[in-house]
Design a protein around this ligand. Structure first.
Ligand SMILES: [Mg+2]
Length: 245
């Protein structure tokens, strides 16, 4: 008898390593913005803005943090925070409001172009394609990667951007939303993710099975929680679970 009906996946650091891409995206879209602004101002015979890369990037981060404090319900909506911070920074450096809005949006386009350039683990596509024959699949992420443009999008008919729901994991809302769209009860679903706090704990508390991707971890695992070192080991856990039923 099949016990599981659905499997939900965290994305960043679960189906690909995220760190290198985040750094390239962070630096790349901001550098792109400053260079594009210099060219735009030169064409209009205007002096370059007094905005340098290092100091500008640090100021951009501070403004994001300030916005997250001012509007706490948006703290996990990273695209929104970045847009507000960039608009504010550009206006503070002399752009008109409308130019600031336009250039902030253009910079975020570049951000999303870079952000989706993740390289899934080589086993990921084959694994998802096999699982999709038997289980319903969903993605639940706190990150602001473009869910339709990410390289594994085709495997996730249901994809939840928790930050944009204003309820980043560990909030149970993105899990419940995914389960509702899949029409599955928590007991027949499994969540797979690398974060103990954001993936494992909320899924387990809802009654889902949870697979924690962690290289190490000696702590005793609560009921329904399994640990693997890499997502490629997932089929073994599923087989073991299915055999018990
Ligand atoms: Mg993750």
């Amino acid at each position: 008898m099949v016990s599981l009906q659905a499997i939900t996946f965290d994305l960043d650091d679960t189906l690909w390593d995220n760190q290198g891409v985040m750094l390239k995206t962070e630096e790349g879209h901001y550098r792109w913005l400053l260079e594009a602004l210099v060219a735009w101002r030169a064409k209009r015979q205007e002096a370059p803005l007094a905005l340098g890369y290092e100091q500008g990037l640090a100021d951009y981060l501070q403004r994001r943090q300030a916005w997250a404090q001012q509007v706490p319900e948006r703290r996990g909506d990273f695209t929104w925070l970045r847009l507000r911070a960039l608009e504010e920074q550009l206006e503070a450096h002399g752009l008109t409001r409308s130019a600031a809005l336009l250039w902030a949006a253009a910079a975020m386009n570049e951000f999303h172009r870079l952000r989706v350039q993740v390289t899934p683990h080589p086993e990921a596509a084959g694994l998802l394609s096999t699982l999709a024959e038997r289980y319903q699949l969903a993605a639940i992420t706190n990150g602001n990667i473009h869910l339709k443009r990410q390289p594994l999008a085709a495997y996730f008919p249901v994809a939840i951007a928790a930050g944009e729901l204003l309820a980043p994991k560990p909030d149970p809302k993105p899990f419940l939303t995914a389960l509702e769209r899949l029409n599955v009860v928590p007991q027949r679903a499994m969540h797979v993710g690398d974060s103990w706090q954001e993936d494992v704990v909320p899924a387990q508390q809802l009654g889902m099975h949870a697979v924690w991707i962690a290289q190490q971890g000696d702590q005793p695992l609560p009921a329904r929680v399994h640990r693997i070192a890499h997502v490629k080991e997932l089929p073994e856990v599923i087989q073991w679970l299915e055999k018990r039923h």
